[in-house]
Design a protein around this ligand. Structure first.
Ligand code: FA5
Length: 340
């Protein structure tokens, strides 16, 4: 019996060691320890042995059965480790491999300019207010002292949705909305898109951005307007840019002015982009709020005065980034965008 068991154990160990897969290992287990396995057979035959041999035979069979189980366990562990190693090898990431990478973008130059403008005005104590891009004729024209025969109201200048509702052609409509809230004093800015039936050229786009500024309080003067503009221009551009004030007419301000900046390309020297004048395009329009506008919003124009201006954000971006054509801001040309 002992010799037979030794022989079975040696063969079992050899087969287990030679197993190259979990399937092979299972076959070996069935052959030796399965229901009809060699060890199981021996166990079944114990009963046929003489009584005095039975205990020793049982002990030997159990010991060998355990040794085969141990060998199976060790081999199974080794095979599973090998399988895992192979799997990891196959799944290994090549971090140097080239993929079509998603390039990260950045805010458009207009949005960067809008954010910075709002921050500058917030630091100067202005409240930032939102206004709708679609507004009423009353807010856009009537209460801004722009009578029915004003050319800006013409359908060739402005996009109407109904006779009374239109895409706002300027952010000045937000002035009316804020003044109608009835809270004084007012010190606000509001920026956003505006729409005009303008031909596209170097400095004009039919959709562009404005930032509106409105201050209403007692004793507000043109000096406050000038000081605000100059502080803002210095914050935005440093000392590089000079401003030029020109008298102008807006129905909603009196007196009114327009402001130009030195050319961003030649810095005032004179170049083809500015027609050798040294001055580039007009940046903003403004003035002292017309008493009729204050009164239309229920504000006592004897007690309160105000200044307002509306600046072209796209043109501020042009000056800031030295661009000679507004279309660059809208073309979405990666060769241009990547430069910023
Ligand atoms: C106005 O829109 C007035 N609402 C500004 C204002 C506000 C005056 C408050 C008084 C008091 P204007 O039409 O000039 O004004 O436009 C203001 C600025 O918007 C211009 O100076 C210019 O910088 C910019 N702008 C005007 N039209 C275009 C356009 N088509 N494309 C790009 N920028 C434009």
């Amino acid at each position: 019996m002992e010799a037979k068991l030794n022989d079975i154990l040696a063969k079992a160990r050899g087969e287990i060691e030679a197993a190259s897969s979990l399937d092979d290992l299972e076959k070996a287990r069935v052959k030796y320890l399965g229901k009809k396995g060699l060890i199981t057979d021996l166990k079944k035959n114990i009963s046929k042995l003489p009584k005095e041999e039975k205990p020793m035979a049982g002990k030997l069979i159990n010991e060998n059965s355990k040794k085969i189980e141990e060998a199976l366990g060790q081999k199974s562990e080794a095979l599973n480790k090998e399988i895992l190693r192979e799997k990891i090898k196959k799944e290994k990431l090549d971090v140097t491999a080239h993929f079509d990478r998603h390039e990260s973008g950045h805010l458009s130059l207009i949005n960067q300019t809008l954010d910075d403008l709002e921050t500058i005005f917030q630091n100067m104590g202005f409240e930032v207010v939102d206004g709708p891009e679609i507004d009423t004729v009353k807010n856009v024209f009537d209460d801004l002292n722009s009578p029915a025969d004003h050319p800006a109201r013409s359908t060739s200048d402005t996009f109407y949705i109904t006779d009374d509702i239109l895409l706002r052609p300027h952010t000045s409509s937000v002035q009316i909305r804020v003044m109608n809230e009835g809270k004084l004093p007012i010190k606000m800015v509001s920026a956003g898109r505006v729409f005009r039936n303008d031909e596209v050229d170097r400095t004009h786009s039919p959709m562009f951005h404005q930032l509106e500024c409105l201050v209403v309080d007692e004793n507000v003067s043109m000096a406050n307007l000038k000081a605000t503009l100059e502080t803002f221009i210095k914050e935005m551009f440093g000392d590089d840019i000079e401003l030029r004030y020109r008298p102008h007419h807006f129905p909603f301000t009196e007196p009114s002015l327009e402001v130009d900046a030195t050319c961003p390309i030649c810095h005032g020297e004179g170049c083809p982009a500015c027609g050798n004048t040294g001055w580039s395009m007009e940046l903003l329009g403004g003035g002292m709020v017309h008493p009729n506008v204050l009164e239309a919003c229920g504000i006592d124009s004897e007690k309160y005065t105000g200044f307002a201006f509306g600046l072209g954000v796209d043109r501020i971006a042009m000056v800031r980034y030295g661009l000679d054509d507004i279309r660059l801001l809208y073309d979405n040309d990666k060769r241009f965008i990547e430069q910023f």
